[in-house]
Design a protein around this ligand. Structure first.
Ligand code: CMX
Length: 136
């Protein structure tokens, strides 16, 4: 892994949280979108060398809603930017890392994403994020 693409931050409400990021911290908003496959609304902010992704659950059974109930708002995951996501997943599996899916799934911004279970990553939820199929 050579590059962190973004850090995911669980929030109860993007609209209530955004002024802190954009006005108090002066971090520009790149955009918001809904990611139905993850039960989320997300906002991406441009923090220079990496992005911040605010994650607001759209339903009570979303994994992020469960996270907030259990741990409160805060840092939720770290996403590595990768290419060849299926190969990266296969390599991690060979090293005994527990992945949360057999293959990549559609994520925000047209990316293909996959997650490593925090129990096999020393307490951190890591994401692989592959945007190489995007036209941007
Ligand atoms: N970071 C670190 N540890 C976490 C965690 C997180 N974000 N979420 C859960 N855990 C820990 C829990 O604290 C728990 O540890 P203990 O047993 O020691 O208490 C353990 O992992 C199991 O967690 P859980 O509360 O039982 O929750 P689940 O097993 O239901 O879900 C997880 C955990 C990681 C499997 C689930 O959150 C998941 O599938 N995540 C991947 C998808 C995802 O996170 N999507 C949101 C982002 C999408 C995007 O950015 O587009």
């Amino acid at each position: 892994m050579k590059r962190v693409d973004h850090i995911g931050i669980a929030v109860k409400s993007i609209s209530e949280t955004l002024p802190y990021y954009t006005e108090t911290l002066g971090i520009p908003l790149l955009g918001t979108e809904e990611v139905p496959t993850q039960g989320l609304k997300v906002a991406f902010l441009d923090a220079g060398n990496i992005k911040l992704e605010l994650l607001e659950p759209m339903s009570e059974d979303s994994t992020v809603a469960k996270f907030i109930d259990k741990r409160g708002e805060g840092v939720h995951h770290v996403a590595f930017g990768v290419t060849g996501i299926q190969e990266r997943m296969d390599e991690l599996k060979e090293h005994g890392v527990r992945l949360l899916s057999d293959g990549p799934k559609p994520g925000a911004g047209g990316a293909q994403v996959a997650f490593m279970h925090p129990k096999s990553s020393f307490g951190v939820l890591y994401e692989l994020c592959d945007k190489s199929g995007n036209r941007e």
